[in-house]
Design a protein around this ligand. Structure first.
Ligand code: ZN
Ligand code: ZN
Length: 370
């Protein structure tokens, strides 16, 4: 794997993290110990944890009505839970995204933490029911509310280090262009997902970040973390687990619902490249950010790939012919997607974002010709 060059001492690190700088040449921009000379993060260091606030939580997690169902990848110590289709609501208790974990000899590696602290805590309880090994690392696919609001349970109840692509540190920054940005989204979710998201819910930022690609080794397992953004978000990453070749694809791969694309952070050209990368990994089993897992890469990426291409083709024609967005949207026959969950919540906003993206691409091509 090729590691990226690193910026030296980015100023924001001092504000957001409290450990040691990663050694020169390491893919990690920042880490709390445990990096060997080849730049591989091996384990969370037994460093002082005071700064990571592992104290008792203020109050119990609001109880869930529906129990989490843990499933296992056939023949592998890799487990996952699947969220409901559609957008987060009281009816689904905010449980719309997938998450999973790998039990290794050296401890547990978690991928994503679900959409409320109650769900994150439920996931942690399920892990503790399966193994007595500690949770070593929590890897986040990206910093969208439906994947990270469960993180505080792992922060408060475990000593795990929290890993993400470094753009996720922008999640709470002023001027964040992602419509899923933490501040306003947290207010909306406190209302939409009460009592599971409430006044005690807070955003927990990553402690260890990388830029392009990095590797983690825990027990006999290797975890290859690959940046695939900006595509669905600024900070998309995918995690390939070896030797099993199981891929947690995050929201690069979504099935069974209209993916969320209505954000200025979305780049559908890169997103299509990310889907191509999924196939290039040659995974034996893929767990998407939303929807059912699959043993076939072609099958796993088909829905997202076709949807993005469909919207790009429809909006691309409109941009080429100087048709206004409203007229263009009305002229498209959306029949094939109309009955898919989240269509009414996301489709128009998605189409508008793609329209703007293609308009910007056309304008920059135009000015390049001048
Ligand atoms: Zn997302
Ligand atoms: Zn998501």
């Amino acid at each position: 794997m090729v590691f990226s060059a690193l910026p030296t001492d980015p100023p924001w690190l001092a504000d957001t993290c409290c450990g040691d700088p990663a050694p020169r040449g390491s893919p990690w921009l920042f880490a709390r110990g445990g990096i060997n000379r080849r730049g591989i993060l091996t384990c969370a260091a037994a460093a002082p944890l005071a700064a990571w606030s592992t104290g008792a939580r203020a109050q119990p997690y609001a109880p869930l009505i529906e129990d989490l169902v843990v499933q296992q990848v056939p023949g592998a110590p890799i487990y996952y839970v699947l969220g409901h289709a559609g957008v987060p609501s009281k009816a689904n208790e905010g449980h719309t995204s997938n998450a999973g974990f790998v039990v290794t000899d050296g401890g547990v590696v978690v991928f994503d933490t679900l959409g409320t602290p109650s769900l994150g805590n439920a996931l942690l309880q399920k892990i503790m029911g399966i193994t007595d090994k500690p949770v070593r690392h929590v890897v986040l696919s990206h910093y969208h509310a439906d994947h990270i609001y469960g993180l505080q349970a792992f922060r408060d109840e475990t000593k795990a280090s929290i890993l993400a692509q470094y753009k996720s540190l922008d999640y709470t920054a002023a001027g964040n262009i992602d419509d899923e940005a933490a501040g306003p989204r947290l207010e909306q979710r406190r209302e939409a997902l009460a009592p599971w998201v409430n006044a005690d819910t807070r955003i927990v930022l990553p402690e260890v970040v990388f830029r392009v690609a990095a590797e983690l080794r825990v027990g006999a397992h290797q975890f290859q973390l690959v940046y695939a953004g900006p595509a669905h978000s600024m900070s998309d990453l995918m995690m390939l687990i070896l030797p099993e070749r199981v891929l947690f694809a995050g929201d690069i791969v979504q099935n069974g619902r209209i993916p969320f694309m209505a954000s200025a952070a979305v780049n559908t050209r890169n997103w299509l490249a990310g889907l191509h990368q999924v196939a290039a990994f040659e995974p034996r089993f893929i767990i998407p950010g939303h929807g059912k897992p699959s043993a076939s890469a072609a099958e796993a990426i088909a829905f997202t790939d076709e949807y993005i291409r469909f919207v790009r083709a429809a909006m691309g024609d409109a941009v080429a012919q100087w048709v206004e967005f409203g007229d263009a949207y009305k002229a498209v026959d959306w029949a094939r997607y109309r009955d898919i969950p989240a269509f009414s919540a996301s489709n128009r906003g998605n189409a508008y974002r793609v329209f703007l993206e293609l308009e910007a691409e056309a304008l920059s091509a135009e000015s390049g010709r001048k």
